[in-house]
Design a protein around this ligand. Structure first.
Ligand code: ADP
Ligand code: MG
Length: 316
């Protein structure tokens, strides 16, 4: 086991208000696992990831990393752990614009005080691993978004960490680049532990295990198909209000009364995902309304909006 969290809370003070970002999280993650952490905006995903990366400490509860209680470690030990134990990948790549791909990866190795040749060798190895060996001399501005994120992943791998933590890694990428990054992150698991935070349920479903947060608590935790239900669950919708009206008027599925529409976020425009307490009932209703949908329960409304239905997290 690489992570063990028991009763972890994290609250923030803003003015005289107290925000409880995590409200008692119990979680165990085995070494080598590939876990997606999902949930709506504000559900505590980033807060949880920062705790896993030792960038932050719980307000209460305990967090063990590789058998060590992070709450009991001294600042120097925590710094070492951040440098060598975990690699971070962020939505905004965060590459140094004036450094080449290789320079960015080498920069992450600076604190390890390696010899120059060893630094260079490692940087090349990591860039090869993300299939960018032939772009080592390129500046970030000369790379596509997907390539920049691959450099950022190579950088995260530079210190050969046991854990890779990614926060909305595909939030700025198009679908093709998203697929490539999702595949790459998945391929890193096994040798390392990979935790990917995303509100994109389609991306989350790429991980074998999904932990779903809601209001700072674990709402569901299990095999991805049992948690997110279907692979394609959050789909671009041009007009959330039109989609809502269509569901209500055509299908008789009222938000709150069978279907919940949640406006999504991200650069790909408005998105909704639908939470259906009773998937079978929804299927029957759709069939009765003469709505064609494929086996993934994807449908297309008259405006060409593609919609998906999401199975309940736990059974019926
Ligand atoms: P997510 O990543 O799922 O969108 P976050 O973990 O960023 O959610 O935030 C969870 C909650 O904690 C939100 O209500 C957010 O406003 C609050 N929060 C997070 N970080 C801070 C902070 N540094 N100060 C105050 N509130 C914060
Ligand atoms: Mg976040």
């Amino acid at each position: 086991m690489i992570y063990e969290l028991a009763g972890v809370t994290r609250s923030f003070r803003s003015g005289d208000r107290r925000v409880e970002a995590l409200g008692g999280v119990d979680l165990r993650i085995d070494a080598g696992e590939h876990v997606a952490v999902t949930g709506p905006s504000g559900s505590g995903k980033t807060t949880l990831l920062q705790l896993l990366g030792a960038l932050d400490k719980p307000t209460s509860g305990s967090l063990h990393f590789d058998g060590r209680d992070l709450g009991a470690l001294r600042e120097r030990e925590l710094t070492g752990l951040r440098l060598r134990g975990v690699g971070f990948v962020f939505q905004q790549f965060n590459l140094v614009p004036t450094l080449t791909a290789r320079g960015n990866v080498e920069a992450a190795l600076d604190p390890l005080r390696l010899r120059r040749a060893e630094r260079r060798r490692r940087a090349h190895e990591r860039l090869d691993e993300v299939a960018l060996g032939d772009r080592a001399g390129h500046l970030p501005s000369q790379l596509s978004g997907g390539e920049q994120q691959r450099v950022a992943i190579a950088r995260a791998l530079a210190s050969e960490p046991r854990v890779v933590l990614a926060d909305e890694p595909t939030g700025q990428l198009d679908q093709a680049a998203t697929d490539a990054i999702a595949g790459l992150l998945g391929s890193l698991a096994g040798e390392r532990t990979v935790v990917v935070v995303t509100h994109d349920l389609g991306l989350a479903a790429r991980a074998p295990r999904v932990v779903q947060l809601r209001d700072g608590r674990v709402e569901a935790d299990g095999a991805s198909d049992s948690v997110v239900g279907l692979a394609a669950v959050e789909l671009p919708v041009r007009d959330v209000e039109a989609a809502r009206a269509w569901y209500r008027d055509v299908l008789g599925l009222e938000p709150g009364g069978g279907v919940e529409l949640v406006p999504g976020e991200g650069p790909r425009g408005g998105r909704v995902w639908l939470e259906v307490p009773d998937l079978e009932r929804a299927r029957r209703r759709l069939a009765a309304a003469g709505v064609e949908c494929d086996e993934d329960m994807l449908l297309t409304d008259p405006d060409g909006n593609r919609l998906g239905l999401r199975a309940p997290a736990h059974g019926g």
